[in-house]
Ligand binder design. Structure first.
Ligand SMILES: Cc1ncc(COP(=O)(O)O)c(C=O)c1O
Length: 478
């Protein structure tokens, strides 16, 4: 610490406050005089600290008013390419699981010191202490917990707390309409099994979350990839066109809010149209909603299920990304398929264990949860902006970048000649893990793209990893 210049120590203090969401965009910084008194530093040190924060894009100087926390800046890169709405191919499904599993296995057998490949945040961003205390309280109150049978569809107070949370996404759900699952992965498995069988076609976004492609392949179902706009999500025109050519679409599986990997949010009018379109054709709509609580600002985007009046929308969600990756808690509101989903869940895995459900219910019911979400959103926004700046300044010319309004991912389109699989392999050799575009589609259209996780706070290690990654991409771009 002593070797760090004084002005950097003062700047670091306020950088951490901004990253933690204690100071947010528009907040006034203490005056230079106040900084001198608070930190026992000279005028020039206090000024230098403010200028450092200003040049890092965290503060802006307003004439005669002082320094204020800036709104995050956008990276000056071209936006992502919009897809052409050409007729989607029924993607060949054989082997996709093997390809994805092969890539995952390659990264698991290498020593990874910087993981930019996951879909969750660094442990420091989650309320681990509060959850541990809640779990200890639950065990004190229920000393026989591990000896007793579990509640069939999930812990009633957790189902109640989730139903109250769902109001933020404009869904009206009774606690009994919610079934607790092992993550969103089990919820998606249940939803697909409830509405389709082997050989059936499921329309998915392109690119889409690779886990969904793995689930479809494991169930013997076929993914029909529908082009997805980086701004507005699945193209409804392309979906309509596809339905004219394929009469065996059994379900549409979408991530309307903060799509993985693009980060787009489908406009409400599209959500309403999609819900209506699916209902009119007797096609189930499976909505995957893991990230919407991380959307920037104070208003959570509405779920497509908010427009569901007939029970045709199956809403699948998770606490994994926003609260506690270690709990593996998810949930499903299956509408008219609920009895079938309950039966399938019982047959597949039986109910979830109780301790993590009790701890999560306790935390969700407390005001601490809203505070946690506000902090998480602010930190993710800052981190995304910082990662975006780093990509914008160090990746080769021709790189394009999404600007998601929430979540923990950046989708990067590299120059067309750069193979994401080569980037993946070379970055792994250097101990860095990123997700290659090739994992997000069967159709090979995203081979030059990368998904980068921004859920880890800025540090010298992350700066070095991004610089190494940029070097790999620069070399491959030639
Ligand atoms: C879009 C999407 N759906 C589902 C999942 C799986 O969720 P869980 O980890 O809760 O099983 C993920 C995880 O990355 C995801 O990104």
């Amino acid at each position: 610490m002593e070797s760090t210049p004084l002005y950097r120590q003062v700047a670091g203090h306020y950088r951490r406050a901004i990253e933690a969401g204690t100071l947010t965009a528009g907040d006034r910084m203490p005056s230079v005089r106040a900084l001198m008194g608070l930190h026992g530093v000279s005028l020039s040190t206090a000024l230098q600290a403010c200028r450092q924060l200003e040049s890092d894009g965290l503060l802006e100087a307003r004439p005669r008013a002082g320094y204020f926390v800036s709104a995050p800046q956008r990276a000056p890169l071209a936006p992502l390419t919009e897809p052409d709405a050409a007729l989607p191919d029924p993607a060949q499904y054989v082997g996709i699981h093997q390809r994805i599993s092969g890539l995952l296995a390659r990264s698991q057998h290498q020593h990874v010191h910087t993981n930019l490949g996951g879909a969750y945040c660094a442990p420091s961003l989650y309320p681990a202490d509060a959850l541990r205390s809640a779990a200890a309280r639950a065990l004190r109150r229920h000393p026989m917990l591990f000896a007793e049978a579990v509640e069939p569809e999930g812990h009633a107070p957790l189902r109640g707390a989730i139903a109250r949370q769902a109001l933020h996404a404009r869904m009206q759900l009774a606690p009994e309409e919610i079934v607790i699952t092992h993550g969103c992965t089990e919820a998606l498995n249940l939803a697909l099994r409830a509405v389709a069988g082997p050989g059936d076609v499921i329309a998915v976004e392109s690119p889409t979350y690779y886990g969904l492609l793995q689930i479809l392949e494991s169930l013997g179902m076929r993914a029909l990839e529908i082009p997805c706009s980086p701004q507005t999500g699945m193209s409804l025109e392309a979906l309509e066109l596809a339905a004219q050519h394929y009469d065996n679409i059994r379900a549409v599986a979408v991530v309307p809010n903060l799509q993985n990997p693009l980060g787009c949010i489908m406009p409400d009018a599209h959500k309403a149209r999609l819900v209506q379109w699916c209902e009119a054709r007797g096609i189930a709509l499976i909505e995957d909603d893991c990230f919407s609580a991380t959307a920037d600002g104070d208003t959570q985007p509405a779920a497509a299920k908010a427009w569901d009046s007939s029970g045709n929308v199956i809403h699948c969600a998770s606490l994994h990304k926003v609260l506690a990756p270690g709990m593996r808690l998810g949930w499903i509101a299956a509408g008219k398929w609920q009895p079938r989903v309950e039966m399938l869940k019982f047959g597949l895995s039986r109910p979830n264990e109780m301790l993590s459900q009790m701890a999560a219910a306790d935390f969700l019911a407390s005001g601490a949860h809203e505070r946690h979400l506000r902090r998480l959103r602010t930190r993710l926004q800052l981190q995304r902006e910082w990662f975006a700046q780093a990509v914008a300044t160090s990746f080769p010319a021709g790189t394009r970048l999404g600007s998601p309004r929430g979540g923990m991912h950046l989708w990067v389109e590299m120059p067309a000649q750069v193979s994401s699989e080569a980037v993946f392999d070379q970055a792994l050799q250097a101990g860095i893990r990123v997700m290659p575009g090739v994992m997000f589609s069967n159709a090979g259209r995203f081979d030059h793209c990368l998904r980068i996780n921004c859920g880890t706070p800025r540090s010298a290690q992350i700066e070095r990893a991004l610089a190494t990654l940029a070097g790999v991409v620069q070399k491959l771009a030639g």
